[in-house]
Design a protein around this ligand. Structure first.
Ligand SMILES: *[C@@H]1O[C@H](CO)[C@@H](O)[C@H](O)[C@H]1NC(C)=O
Ligand SMILES: *[C@@H]1O[C@H](CO)[C@@H](O)[C@H](O)[C@H]1NC(C)=O
Ligand SMILES: *[C@@H]1O[C@H](CO)[C@@H](O)[C@H](O)[C@H]1NC(C)=O
Ligand SMILES: *[C@@H]1O[C@H](CO)[C@@H](O)[C@H](O)[C@H]1NC(C)=O
Ligand SMILES: *[C@@H]1O[C@H](CO)[C@@H](O)[C@H](O)[C@H]1NC(C)=O
Ligand SMILES: *[C@@H]1O[C@H](CO)[C@@H](O)[C@H](O)[C@H]1NC(C)=O
Length: 482
């Protein structure tokens, strides 16, 4: 989505786009594949592809003019909710547990998850590059200098309102107004942030009420929330090849940016940690299974559960069960406990898996507990509690030791990237029958971008660190360049 206009200094980015809709629908019909994927990802593509592939300056940004609906949240977002609930991490100093992505000095009480997440989720095994860290620190200063209601911001606003051309200042902005589901939003916000980093702009986001209060404020002493009175203009800039310096390991882009931007608010953190401590913390190993069935009418329930079990057993993620109900497994056999976290709009997959491991002993003697935090039955857009539960489940999945995800689901993509996990992806059942093999190990933990800006032939894009996805044949994802 690239505007041809170079007049203003404000870029507006939306993730809903009419870009090449006809091509998209054609593909959808021809493949009959992920039929309910919300539009998304053009930004991500554009940003990544423009930097990574040879076709820089491809005119694929559609920049949306001043028509965006602007809402604003109470400043500070989630920061004011709930008092600290999980105890302070004993004698571990705050700085010791703080992921090195973050600058020191954040107010701990307003965002407990930033300090406590390392207690629950294994620290990232991918070190952010020094270049990325210094870029983030520079960005934070810029955001503080240019953020809402600073002198520079007020000046820019005045100039924009008066209709004059804005003189060059140190403060340029990317305004992001997201739509569609939570997974999509998180992925596209992260890519808008990357665009802001690369172009030395300040990212201001509009959330809308349904995702109010899900995340902490990522930047200190300022806000990333778009003020109500912000006028919008178009611009596209070309930017330089900085990405490889920021992300020497190409498949950590969303991993690092996602971890940096999205910390659960205190309210979300309460939901996450209470569930974790009640059901998951005692297990020796945690397996996340994210079940997203796009066409429940034509995909038989049994096909889905058979496929899940055949994947988990074949890949040795879960043990098979004995076809006997009699034996009370000897205590000495194997004491280990595995917890399976199922997330789905429905409870039936969870019920079935729980039944399998409750009614029959496993061949290894291990005991398998199966849990599901919520089942909403319908995908609800525009509902805050629904988003809050979805965010909780994404985060819980990201705490797994191993992850199984469904094809085409942005929900799974976010969980895998935040968790630094390469999931096993369940192939989509075709014609109601379980595919063989049932699942495939992902090439990388990066999300798949469903709608690349170019329909170029496979040979053209299937190079270096951009590859077609395992689950969406026309989609693209970043993989490590070997
Ligand atoms: C504003 O900038 C545009 C593009 O550079 C130019 O065409 C236009 O004349 C300028 N307007 C004023 C009032 O300076
Ligand atoms: C605090 O220090 C004691 C003694 O050094 C240690 O045994 C304990 O595990 C520490 N607590 C935490 C939470 O690290
Ligand atoms: C910017 O404008 C807002 C309201 O319009 C005002 O409250 C604030 O003090 C201004 N900032 C500066 C630095 O003057
Ligand atoms: C824009 O891109 C072109 C070609 O890709 C490059 O030569 C030029 O230096 C870039 N301009 C800026 C301001 O980065
Ligand atoms: C129990 O089973 C797990 C998983 O198969 C295995 O890793 C572990 O070594 C086993 N423990 C014993 C005591 O056999
Ligand atoms: C799908 O299954 C139906 C009924 O089992 C069969 O008639 C049809 O040919 C199958 N279609 C494909 C593409 O395999």
């Amino acid at each position: 989505m690239v505007s041809d206009e170079f007049s203003g200094m404000i870029s507006t980015i939306r993730d809903q786009t009419s870009w090449n809709k006809t091509g998209f629908q054609f593909k959808m019909q021809r493949n009959g594949y992920c039929s309910k994927i919300p539009f998304a990802f053009l930004i991500v593509f554009s940003v990544l592809l423009m930097l990574l592939i040879v076709h820089q300056r491809s005119k694929t940004f559609e920049v949306n003019g001043g028509d965006a609906k602007i809402n604003v949240l109470a400043g500070g977002g989630a920061a004011q909710t709930e008092t600290p609930e999980v105890a302070d991490s004993g004698n571990v100093s705050s700085q010791q547990v703080l992921d090195e992505l973050f600058a020191p000095g954040h107010d701990k009480g307003s965002c407990l998850s930033r300090y406590e997440s390392v207690v629950y989720r294994k620290p990232s095994s991918h070190k952010p590059s020094p270049c990325l860290l210094s870029k983030l620190r520079k960005y934070e200063s810029l955001h503080k200098l240019c953020g809402p209601y600073t002198e520079s911001y007020n000046k820019t606003l005045e100039q924009l309102k008066s209709g004059r051309n804005v003189s060059t200042t140190d403060c340029n902005y990317v305004v992001y107004t997201p739509l569609s589901g939570l997974g999509n939003r998180m992925l596209t916000i992260a890519s808008a942030f990357l665009y802001a980093l690369l172009t030395n702009r300040v990212l201001l986001v509009e959330f809308g009420s349904e995702i109010a209060g899900l995340f902490c404020e990522p930047f200190q002493q300022t806000t990333w929330l778009l003020p109500m009175d912000f006028p919008l203009r178009n611009q596209f800039d070309n930017f330089s090849q900085e990405l490889s310096k920021l992300f020497p390991d190409e498949e950590t882009v969303f991993h690092h940016l996602g971890r940096y931007l999205f910390q659960p608010s205190n309210e979300a953190w309460g939901l996450i940690t209470r569930f974790y401590r009640a059901y998951l913390s005692k297990a020796d190993e945690r397996i996340g299974i994210q079940v997203r069935v796009f066409d429940t009418k034509v995909t038989p329930f049994q096909t889905v559960v058979d496929q899940i079990l055949s994947c988990t057993i074949k890949e040795k993620l879960l043990p098979d069960v004995l076809e006997t109900r009699s034996s009370a497994t000897s205590l000495s056999k194997n004491q280990s406990l595995k917890a399976v976290l199922v997330t789905s709009l429905y409870s039936k997959y969870y019920e079935h898996l729980k039944g399998v491991y409750w009614t029959k002993p496993t061949v290894s003697g291990e005991v398998i507990g199966v849990y599901q935090p919520s089942h909403e039955e319908h995908e609800l857009y525009g509902n805050n509690m629904h988003s809050m539960k979805a965010w909780t489940e994404i985060y819980l999945l990201s705490m797994s030791n191993a992850l199984i995800t469904s094809s085409c689901s942005t929900f799974g993509y976010v969980a895998q990237s935040l968790g630094g996990l390469k999931p096993w992806i369940l192939y989509r059942p075709l014609n109601g029958t379980a595919p063989d093999p049932p699942c495939v190990r992902a090439m990388s933990m990066e999300p798949c971008f469903h709608f690349p800006p170019s329909h170029g032939c496979k040979a053209e894009v299937n190079v270096g660190h951009v590859k077609h996805c395992e689950d969406v044949e026309w989609g693209l994802k970043l993989v490590k360049d070997h």
